[in-house]
Ligand binder design. Structure first.
Ligand code: NOJ
Length: 546
């Protein structure tokens, strides 16, 4: 079980269109990404997750697909994609892509055909109602920007269902032909060499939606069907699903290990932010203690920021208010009434100690870390841009024109580069941080390289320990190859804690990573020091030949 690659991976999410432009048209592209693979390999990530790369109107940043078997011509060609997978493989990097099959663009030929003719073979590929559904204004994912979930289409003379924006009609997954098509899409991209998929909107894919029935039943076995196909075609391929669901439902997504192998841990994400907002480890401890046991073949994915808003929707109102107050106090920083549309570095006031502590913690929490491009240099956001675009600005490679992202005239860029202020590309960029051994980038490389030497976090059993100090989180990881202990101080003040000798220690504890050089801890782990926002990773036991 432990040799599953995705349990010891570091996943790096990027949007090709904002990463590196190679032909000067203002849009990032696949050849541009290929030219940056050495950078990514050196950084220490092991798998790239590409946000949607398919053709489409791009009204939801690519999550509105008009052709599942192609590459958006602005980004390159299928040939460029195959080349990317090959070149990434040469550097030991895997590639996974977004699988956006809950819906299509309303410009997809299937939907055009479906709405034009009730006898179309694609009519039943979507979800229709001839009468106005009574729940038409319920269940919106983007409140404030989306008015309804059922929209009347003149041409079709019927209402169609869309969980997201009205230009994203939901596919009817209950139709076996649609599921067969999803399997074909997966097969196609596996054939081109991807290592798997990030499944968009998993809870809605399995929803059996009917008009005027807001509480739709979920058919979890669709997931088994997709998984079976995936594993038959490529045994070690992964599906990493976006399922922001309640704790008790989450286990259903994993099944007995026969459904989805990997889920983003949205609950832990929200608890980590709450813990950081309050300077109190409690929310993380309770989340870890309450976490459902998952099948041994499965894995969580941890993240701090992704390409969407920080979704705090599963916190209580009070908890959410604390997070807003700490990280996004202005109305313009908040989104959809539940989230924050900022990048992490500005959320933490650019405080290097807090940023390091946050990533050290994320990367050692149970699961596989997923990072978003630009986090490694502490990029900021542009709140002048609409909705989630604020955190989707071009990668800042240098302090030069267009941050080295593109040679196009600035006004031709797909999105503006962040300029000026604490997070402008003149200050925050790869080139400058590359030259500075004390930069965040240099730190991130060291941290990720150390992480690769500590598979115990990815595969071990994690137990919270009582330190007697609510600001300090102490976790012990037991894995076949060894035992690790991590300590994170969530507060700004220096702390000293007693962890107590641990059951399976062997020899003196060895510090493998920390915010600065501390005195070696004593074998009884008493009086362990932590600076404000300090962190320490200690090896307690190592079994050679693991
Ligand atoms: C979830 C994606 O993360 C988000 O960016 C997108 O808008 C919706 N799904 C719709 O595909």
């Amino acid at each position: 079980m432990h040799e599953r690659w995705f349990k010891q991976a570091v996943i790096y999410c990027l949007d090709v269109e904002t990463f590196q432009d190679s032909n000067g048209d203002g849009v990032g592209d696949l050849p541009g990404l290929i030219s940056r693979l050495d950078y990514l390999a050196r950084l220490g990530v092991t798998c790239l997750w590409l946000n949607p790369i398919h053709p489409g109107p791009n009204r939801d940043d690519g999550y509105d697909v008009a052709d599942f078997y192609g590459v958006d011509p602005r980004l390159g060609t299928l040939g460029d994609f195959a080349e990317l997978v090959h070149q990434a493989g040469n550097r030991g990097l895997r590639v996974v892509i977004d699988l956006v099959v809950n819906h299509t663009s309303d410009e997809h030929p299937w939907f055009r055909s479906a709405r034009a003719d009730p006898a179309s073979p694609y009519r039943d590929w979507y979800v229709w109602s001839t009468d106005e559904p009574s729940d038409r204004r319920q269940g919106m994912v983007f409140p404030g920007f989306q008015k309804e979930t059922w929209t009347f289409n003149e041409e079709a003379g019927a209402w169609y269902y869309h969980r997201f924006y009205d230009f994203q009609p939901d596919l009817n997954m209950a139709n076996p032909q649609v599921r067969a098509e999803v399997r074909k899409i997966m097969g196609f991209w596996l054939q081109l060499g991807v290592s798997g998929f990030r499944m968009d909107a998993a809870p809605f894919i399995i929803e059996l939606t009917r008009p005027s029935e807001p509480e739709a039943r979920k058919e979890f076995d669709f997931l088994r069907e997709f998984r079976e196909h995936l594993s038959w075609r490529q045994g070690d391929a992964v599906i990493l699903a976006e399922a922001n669901a309640e704790r008790d439902e989450l286990v259903e997504y994993f099944g007995t290990g026969d459904r989805l192998p990997m889920l983003f841990n949205f609950l832990l994400n929200q608890r980590q932010l709450l813990a950081m907002a309050r300077g109190d480890a409690g929310p993380i401890v309770s989340a870890l203690e309450a976490a459902p046991t998952i099948p041994e073949s499965c894995q969580w994915a941890t993240f701090l920021r992704n390409h969407d808003e920080v979704d705090l929707g599963r916190l209580s109102e009070r908890e959410r208010a604390d997070c807003f107050a700490a990280f996004g106090p202005e109305p313009n920083m908040q989104l959809y009434g539940r989230g924050i549309r900022r990048r992490l570095a500005p959320m933490l006031g650019g405080d290097r100690r807090r940023i390091e502590m946050a990533y050290s913690l994320q990367c050692t929490l149970p699961g596989t870390p997923v990072l978003r491009y630009g986090e490694e240099i502490g990029m900021g956001d542009d709140l002048k841009l609409k909705e989630r675009d604020a955190i989707r600005t071009p990668m800042q490679w240098s302090g030069g024109a267009n941050a080295g992202f593109s040679t196009a005239p600035a006004k031709q860029l797909h999105r503006p580069v962040i300029s000026g202020g604490d997070f402008g590309h003149e200050t925050v960029n790869v080139e400058a941080q590359r030259r500075d051994p004390d930069s965040l980038l240099a730190w991130m490389e060291r941290m990720l390289h150390t992480l690769c030497e500590c598979p115990d976090f990815g595969i071990g059993t994690c137990t919270p320990l009582d330190t007697g100090d609510p600001a300090v989180l102490a976790l012990r990881y037991e894995a076949p190859g060894g035992t690790m202990l991590t300590l994170h101080n969530l507060s700004a003040k220096r702390r000293t804690v007693d962890v107590g000798p641990q059951p399976d220690q062997e020899g003196d504890p060895v510090e493998v990573f920390a915010d600065h050089r501390y005195d070696p801890p004593t074998p009884d782990l008493a009086g362990v020091d932590l600076a404000g926002y300090g962190y320490r990773w200690l090896r307690l036991r190592e079994t050679p030949g693991r």
